[in-house]
Design a protein around this ligand. Structure first.
Ligand SMILES: C[S@@+](CC[C@H](N)C(=O)[O-])C[C@H]1O[C@@H](n2cnc3c(N)ncnc32)[C@H](O)[C@@H]1O
Length: 299
């Protein structure tokens, strides 16, 4: 970029690799302050813009840390179903206090992916920015619900999102860490479904080939310490399961929507592995995005 002392909004946006609307938001948050040029136009000083480039944080606005607004909590929901140690609540996870803070040993879940699925009430066609701020909200809420040695198995896409590819896994992991979660590892789940492959981009040409990995991931996070000391300390995992599942590439088929009657089920094998590997017998397991109840079936 041409070396100038003042940049217009568009020039500052180009320089930082963000959109002009992100510049406005950064301005609103006091991260960049425009000054008036002699001609009365808004401008950003080269010094300010370059200082931003030197800061270690991301310029992507959805990743700029912002404390989510307090939730408006609806009245305490009664369980929709209850039997023995199982409870199902029919509620918006962001607006309910049916799960007590600091009581959960393990969360296993797969949130909406924002890929345009028709859910009953959830809008799965948000802008990517809005999706990440929704993500920040539930990640914060999940954090409050787990015990100090609580864990989180988060099944998300690697890079699929509405309107094209995005660094979804990297962005969600970054937000989770910003909200207090500690990172342990990432399991790659190979769904073994190559028949989904339809788009090649520029076939046999380097002009714009389309690269897609037919996998999803399960990001393993924890609240405060990885070593688990609470609970029964009893595990019911076999030697073969332990050896196979601690290899972070999991190979098993996805679940059929038709068979389950839900648009985006994961196979019971996924929560089964997570629960047996990461929790003790009798632990409290939560799935805040329960869907058809696959996690519950296994728990
Ligand atoms: C990816 S699906 C989970 C599917 C589930 N793992 C299964 O095997 O059926 C996400 C689910 O979260 C639900 N959902 C979306 N927003 C929610 C919210 N705010 N509170 C609770 N559930 C929500 C959707 O309706 C959908 O059923």
């Amino acid at each position: 970029m041409e070396n100038k002392t003042m940049y217009t909004t568009k020039e500052a946006a180009d320089y930082l690799g963000v959109s002009p609307s992100t510049i406005y938001r950064m301005e609103k948050r006091g991260l960049l302050s425009p000054t008036k040029t002699p001609g009365g136009r808004r401008g950003f000083s080269q010094k300010d813009v370059e200082e931003w480039l030197r800061t270690p944080q991301s310029f992507e606005s959805p990743l700029i840390r912002e404390t989510p607004a307090p939730y408006e909590i609806s009245a305490k929901a009664e369980p929709y179903f209850q039997e023995d140690s199982i409870q199902i609540y029919s509620a918006d996870f962001l607006r309910t206090n049916c799960v007590k803070e600091g009581t959960v040993d393990l969360i296993v879940t797969s949130p909406p992916y924002n890929v345009g699925i028709k859910y009953n009430s959830h809008d799965d066609k948000m802008s990517y920015e809005h999706y990440l701020s929704f993500t920040r909200e539930w990640l914060t809420r999940c954090y409050r619900l787990v015990k100090d040695d609580g864990r989180f198995c988060l099944n998300i896409p690697l890079d699929k999102n509405k309107g094209g590819q995005q660094s979804v896994c990297a962005d969600i992991t970054t937000i989770a860490k910003q909200e207090g979660w500690k990172y342990h590892s990432t399991i790659v789940w190979n769904e073994q479904n190559i028949s989904r492959r339809t788009a090649w981009g520029s076939w046999l040409s380097a002009s714009a080939p389309f690269v897609i990995a037919p996998v999803e991931v399960i990001v393993i996070l924890y609240k405060d310490r990885w070593k688990k000391i609470s609970g029964s300390r009893k595990s019911d995992i076999s030697k073969e399961e332990f050896m196979e599942w601690t290899n972070g590439v999991w190979n098993f088929m996805g679940e059929s929507k038709k068979r389950v009657g839900h648009p985006t089920p994961f196979p019971v094998e996924l929560p089964r592995r997570c629960i047996k590997l990461f929790s003790f017998v009798g632990d409290t397991v939560l799935d805040p995005f329960l869907g058809s109840g696959s996690t519950l079936k296994d728990a």
